[in-house]
Design a protein around this ligand. Structure first.
Ligand code: RIB
Length: 304
């Protein structure tokens, strides 16, 4: 059997249609923006490309439509040498598309038309040989039943599991008990359980429900790790934001790569992810990920 060294990201692929504007419009308002750009996005693909950029042995599983967006996107991923053999093409659906406005400070609003992302099924998860992989990541742009089945199959196969709960929704124990690393942002952590208004209390409750580690991403303020040993703060690197779309995905994908690179050393993996995510916001596009040398340089390291 092939040794278990690979990363698998199961998730979404969207084509991001992006306009940068002086500010995000209010409801009912029209603002004139700058030029239109199209970037490859989707939380799953963003994580897979981020992981692949730092750790080559990475595979991706997703659903895409049989249309020009889907065909071009798959070609782009192949050019990056990402293993897309688990990506399914669905004939009767459009590919995922995201409409995005980016404001002057890099902040953004996003609306997704998920299309084929919602066709990835429970059966698709059951057909994956998860024993090939050591670390498997999910997000919530697929059907929740698919994510739940995927997490269960991955856990039963002995994988470490990562879940980015975005777009956020309430999560029950059938999901939470199979999550080794939950990576919400500060808004999402208050949306995955009912009745919490404080990050610390929500993290504590999540750990009681079976999540092994909660890592809350806090944008420019860094991130917070919570687990049974307590909590720890990590800093972000202060770089000028141009576009923060996909920064959380870059964090999650780079974190997985960090777990591989540093032999599951959580502390080192979070530091690597923080540096990679800090660099990602200095460029337009959800997948403008820095190479390992650049990330290490920002961390003040010459090599691993
Ligand atoms: O997290 C950023 C991503 O969210 C974008 O790339 C967009 O496609 C949506 O999925």
């Amino acid at each position: 059997m092939k040794s278990r060294k690979s990363i698998l990201v199961v998730g979404s692929m969207n084509m991001d249609m992006v306009v940068k504007a002086a500010r995000i419009p209010r409801v009912g308002e029209t603002v004139l923006g700058g030029v239109f750009n199209q970037y490859e996005g989707g939380k799953g693909a963003n994580q897979a490309v981020a992981a692949k950029t730092l750790y080559p042995d990475t595979s991706f599983c997703a659903g895409v439509g049989d249309d020009s967006i889907g065909r071009d996107y798959l070609e782009y991923l192949k050019q990056k040498n990402l293993d897309v053999s688990l990506v399914k093409v669905f004939e009767h659906s459009h590919s995922g598309v995201a409409l995005i406005t980016v404001g002057k400070e890099g902040n953004n609003i996003i609306t997704v038309a998920p299309g084929a992302n919602l066709l990835l099924s429970v059966e698709d998860m059951r057909s994956i040989d998860f024993k090939r992989f050591s670390h498997v990541a999910f997000q919530l742009e697929n059907e929740i039943a698919t994510v739940e089945a995927g997490l269960k199959c991955a856990k039963n196969a002995g994988c470490s599991t990562i879940l980015t709960p975005a777009p956020a929704k309430l999560l029950d124990e059938a999901i939470l008990e199979n999550v080794d690393y939950l990576i919400p942002n500060e808004i999402e952590i208050l949306q995955v359980l009912r009745g919490y208004t404080s990050m610390n209390n929500a993290a504590e409750a999540l750990i009681k429900k079976g999540v092994k580690n909660v890592i809350v991403t806090l944008g420019a303020s860094g991130s917070m790790l919570f687990n049974k040993d307590g909590q720890r703060k990590y800093k972000a690197h202060p770089l000028r934001p141009i576009d923060t779309v996909g920064a959380g995905d870059c964090f999650a994908g780079s974190f997985m790569a960090g777990l591989k690179i540093y032999g599951d050393n959580l502390d080192e993996a979070i530091k690597l992810a923080s540096a990679a995510a800090s660099l990602s916001i200095t460029r337009m596009g959800a997948q403008s990920h820095a190479k390992l040398e650049e990330v290490l340089k920002l961390m003040g390291k010459k090599d691993l």
